[in-house]
Write a protein that binds this ligand. Sequence first.
Ligand SMILES: [Zn+2]
Length: 262
Amino acid sequence: MKKIILGLASIALVFGLIGSVGAINTASKKDQKKKFSLPENAVEVSHGVFYLGESMNKGEVVEGYAFVHYAKSTAKSKPVWDDTVDIYKFMRGGLKWANTIQYKINPSYIGGLDQNDVEITLNASLEIWDSEISFEFFDSITTTTETSVGFDGTNIVIWGYLGSSGTIAQNTIWFNRRTKEIVESDVVFNTHYIWSAVENCPDNAMDLQNIATHEFGHNGLGDLYMPKSVELTMHGYSDYGETKKQDLGTGDVSGIQELYGN
Ligand SMILES: [Zn+2]
């Protein structure tokens, strides 16, 4: 008798588990609610920059930093600055890649957008940087089934839930402490927002090419928060419907050429 009860209990348990896993799967597919959050021990070292700790790569110490991109309305401000402002900032004293960067998307997590639109848009954001420098900076987007944004050798671009407090996207960068070479970059776009990959971004959406171009700039360039950087791609804030970061400003080009040659 005991055995039968135990058997029934485990059947119920199995069905219960299957039931809840099924529900989570449906929700995650429907809402693209895969959650990403910074590790609990992440330390904010400057505005929007979080130290994630160390890892090992081929016997060498690598460090991780997450660069968080926040929403901020610019509707009320009347900028007196334009995109000819020639300022830029390097990350952690000058990090750069030694090799061409290969980003991969996971077609199961692309924010409800069309895969073809996402690939075309992301490739356009990569190309705008690539075209300014002599170094072969980026390869075209390919796909993966991976979902991890940890240090794992895959440079992923993925949609997931980053909370509702204004984070639009984040780029996690891992680099070799000794050589200052970047060894991994993972970009997450927040499913809290509606994303647009069409030419005229609606006022209630985030323009993918606008935000992606900024995020890809973090392969060497840091965020700028001063008022006169407001029209540059590496300005640290973006807004709904904004498209001005699709093109690079003078400071963005100067910075990337200083790192990778022209
Ligand atoms: Zn940024």
